[in-house]
Ligand binder design. Structure first.
Ligand code: F6R
Length: 242
């Protein structure tokens, strides 16, 4: 694993955006696996800036997101589709037909999971997967204790994840309890993985995930077994690594 040490969140965002941008320059029709959450916001902002300057062309890129809440419409500001559109897709020259997220309103969850797996297969796999890191070590919404061998599935979110997400909702009862997520098996098939982590509140889990035992209790620990993982983290998130 390579560790890229960033001074602060802004530096982290620029460094990680550089890796995504380099991937697109090397292969303009690549498949990017994308994440939502707080950490990638600066990365998407940076990519939009480079696009506006004429330094980035996303016209042939395809994207697959890690996850989506079940029961939340794509037009709902809390949905991950809305997040991706408003922070990135609406501001760059990507063809939205080439951007994929699980359908939160799908009638049949089992069928939706199969659909998403088929999309991943048809796209030919992910060239670069961007990941954030949950405080409990989750990646995507693969929560502690689940098997490493899964593809896309519906998960009941851990209470700690529901609590962490509640800051983004008006009322605690509005926080979704279920989400679709790409499985660990699909994530591990990505050719290249970039994990981003920022802030002292991520320091303990960064240490545990990247230097502790590989165990389903810390889903991100499986990344230690992937051949091409880069952790881009700020000094605060790396503060327990020394
Ligand atoms: C988001 C996702 C989650 C987040 C993780 C960290 O698509 O899959 O695993 O990456 O919860 O979130 P932040 O960046 O908000 O700390």
């Amino acid at each position: 694993m390579t560790i890229i040490r960033a001074k602060d969140y802004q530096d982290l965002s620029r460094k990680a955006a550089n890796m995504l941008s380099a991937q697109v320059i090397m292969n303009p029709s690549c498949v990017l696996g994308l994440a939502t959450g707080s950490t990638p916001i600066g990365i998407y902002k940076q990519l939009v800036e480079w696009y506006q300057k004429g330094d980035l062309d996303l016209s042939k890129v395809k994207t697959v997101n890690l996850d989506e809440y079940k029961g939340v419409a794509p037009t709902d500001p809390q949905s991950y589709r809305y997040y991706m559109d408003s922070l990135l897709f609406d501001h760059v020259n990507i063809d939205k037909d080439n951007t994929y997220l699980p359908d939160g309103l799908a009638r049949d969850p089992e069928e939706e999971c199969q659909n998403y797996n088929s999309i991943l297969q048809i796209l030919g796999g992910i060239d670069l997967q961007l990941l954030g890191l949950g405080h409990n070590g989750h990646i995507g919404f693969n929560e502690p204790g689940h098997s490493f061998g899964t593809e896309t599935h519906l998960v009941q979110l851990a209470q700690s994840t529901i609590d962490a997400n509640s800051r983004l909702f008006d009322k605690p009862e509005d926080v979704p309890r279920y989400a679709y997520t790409m499985g660990i098996k699909s994530i591990m098939h990505a050719k290249k993985i970039v994990v981003v982590a920022s802030g002292t509140d991520k320091a303990a889990i960064v240490k545990k995930a990247f230097t502790g035992d590989v165990t389903p209790e810390v889903p991100a620990s499986i990344l230690q077994l992937h051949g091409d993982v880069t952790l881009v983290a700020d000094e605060a998130a790396l503060s327990e690594m020394e």
